[in-house]
Design a protein around this ligand. Structure first.
Ligand code: NAD
Length: 492
């Protein structure tokens, strides 16, 4: 593998009503965070493009909704076959455009995308069943149907560009909806390749439409348009609030930010905890919504844990060219993310935190986006890194003196997406998980670990969003119940 592969530049178009649209359009270059080189370009879509894409999705909706579930499953299964066949192309482009390690992570994300289509196909067979509900009136028959919502507007982030697109599209179309999908600008090329895979699999015209461009232009146009029946959004809490304000009651699923506290109690197996924290903090260079962004360590084991973690990071993390098989971590994806990591680390150090390893951008790489794995000791609640989402490979260690203190800090956090706890007393861990205020809580494994059949989303009332994705829970989000009462009159 070694050097980044020499790939032809990709000039992505829009997909509207089954037609690729690109001629004569304003474009923006796509620059690889790995090499700093231009790897292609994408169309800067306009509000008119979004308008046409919504019209195409509306036109395709009745025919798609009335396909049998078996016909829709056939398409999902065809998509799986195409994604499997294009695995290498998808993983290569993802590493080049997003920056994650090719062997360790990009292949896994293709698997995840395939998994979303398999889960949707599996769930569609049973979950779309309706019910006949006993009536209080002898002549009446009550039917409850599960029906699609109609046109779904779906907006994705750049951290898992393929996984998130599949997480939106697969359940939406399985349930009989049509889609207008908008990727994050900086990962438009891999999202475009995913659309090509859908077309290759036999996607009927208009069932999924694709518009690239600035979020504030195309995203705003999509979420404000009342012809869109439901909006699903995965991204930051700040943008999620704008989306919710625009879409109002049509905001169906909001999958937002987190700061994944991981708690190391005094009876934890420290080797497991070190491995779990590293996995949680360093997957995708920390650019994950469920990343371990705050490590709450009990006083009794704090010093030993800090030392062991710093040593493990120094001896095992390899930052570098993500196409090298030995590389465990690639560059950050974009400059605003790297700048946020700079500022959170600087703020922590200014307020008294100590850098045990890492601490500043790495030099001598092709771009300035290579941030080393960093362990910060002496973190306190006054530091931005303890409160906000950093989205980088930083492990901030904050002391706690009790389990209750950890639960209180998790409860007080403005996020509530994921958390984890390490303890050798599994009963204690389970009770902790039951009380912790987050959508997912893992015991003795990292905060980023999930399975595609499990529901995933933020705790109600926190800044991590509403609704659940993954498995059949996602299908539930893309249907609504329709009640039909038939009065048979004299014929009962
Ligand atoms: P972002 O909010 O900056 O952008 C997300 C998407 O919204 C992009 O496609 C962007 O172009 C678009 N957008 C921007 N302005 C918009 C507007 N006014 N209206 C509509 N859309 C607009 O987020 P990001 O930086 O791409 O992604 C990182 C964030 O995503 C992190 O906060 C992370 O925690 C979150 N995330 C959450 C989950 C989850 O499941 N909860 C999963 C992945 C990422």
């Amino acid at each position: 593998m070694g050097e980044p592969p020499a790939t032809a530049e990709i000039h992505a178009g829009l997909l509207i009503g089954g037609e690729w649209v690109s001629e004569g359009r304003d474009r923006r270059d796509s620059v690889s965070p790995v090499t700093g080189e231009v790897i292609g370009s994408f169309v800067l879509g306009t509000a008119e493009d979004v308008d046409r894409a919504i019209s195409a999705a509306r036109a395709a909706a009745p025919a798609w909704a009335t396909k049998t579930v078996y016909e829709r499953i056939e398409l999902l299964e065809a998509v799986v076959r195409v994604l499997e066949a294009r695995r290498k192309d998808l993983a290569t482009l993802m590493t080049l455009e997003q920056g994650k390690p090719y062997a360790a992570e990009a292949w896994f994300e293709v698997d995840e995308a395939i998994g979303h289509f398999n889960e949707a196909a599996l769930g569609a067979r049973t979950l779309l069943e309706g019910r006949v509900v006993p009536s209080a009136v002898a002549s009446c028959r009550n039917y409850v149907y599960r029906v699609p919502l109609g046109v779904v507007g779906a907006i994705q982030p750049w951290n898992f560009p393929l996984g998130m697109a599949a997480q939106h599209v697969a359940p939406a179309i399985a349930a009989g909806n049509t889609v207008v999908s908008i990727p994050a600008p900086t990962t438009s090329l891999v999202a475009h390749l995913f659309m090509q895979c859908l077309v290759e699999a036999g996607l009927p015209a208009g069932v999924v439409n694709f518009v690239t461009g600035e979020g504030a232009v195309v995203g705003d146009a999509l979420t404000a348009d009342e012809r869109v029946n439901a909006v699903i959004f995965t991204g930051s809490t700040a943008t999620g609030k704008l989306v919710a304000a625009n879409a109002k009651e049509r905001a169906r699923l909001l999958e937002l930010g987190g700061n994944g506290p991981m708690v190391v109690l005094e009876d934890a197996d420290l080797d497991r905890a070190v491995a779990g924290v590293m996995e949680g903090a360093l997957l995708n260079a920390g650019q994950a919504c469920s990343a371990a962004e705050l490590i709450l360590v009990h006083d009794d084991v704090y010093d030993e844990f800090a030392e062991r973690l710093a040593e493990a990071v120094r001896s095992s993390v390899v930052l570098g060219n993500p196409f090298e098989e030995t590389t465990t971590m690639g560059p950050l994806q974009n400059e605003p993310t790297a700048a946020k990591v700079d500022s959170h680390v600087a703020d922590a150090v200014a307020k008294g935190a100590t850098i045990l390893t890492g601490g500043a951008r790495a030099e001598r790489f092709p771009t300035e986006l290579y941030w080393p794995a960093t362990v910060l000791a002496g973190v306190t609640g006054e530091m931005a890194i303890s409160q906000a989402e950093t989205f980088g490979p930083v492990m901030p260690l904050q002391r706690i003196s009790s389990e209750e203190e950890a639960l209180r800090l998790i409860d007080e956090s403005s996020y509530g997406l994921s958390a984890a706890v390490f303890t050798e007393n599994v009963g204690r861990g389970l009770k902790f998980a039951e009380r912790a205020s987050a959508g997912s809580v893992n015991v003795n494994t990292s905060s980023v670990w999930t399975e595609l059949a499990l529901p995933f989303g933020g705790r109600s009332g926190k800044g991590s969003g509403v609704g659940r994705v993954q498995g059949h829970y996602a299908l539930e989000a893309f249907i609504e119940y329709k009640t039909i009462i038939v009065d048979l009159g004299g014929a009962q």
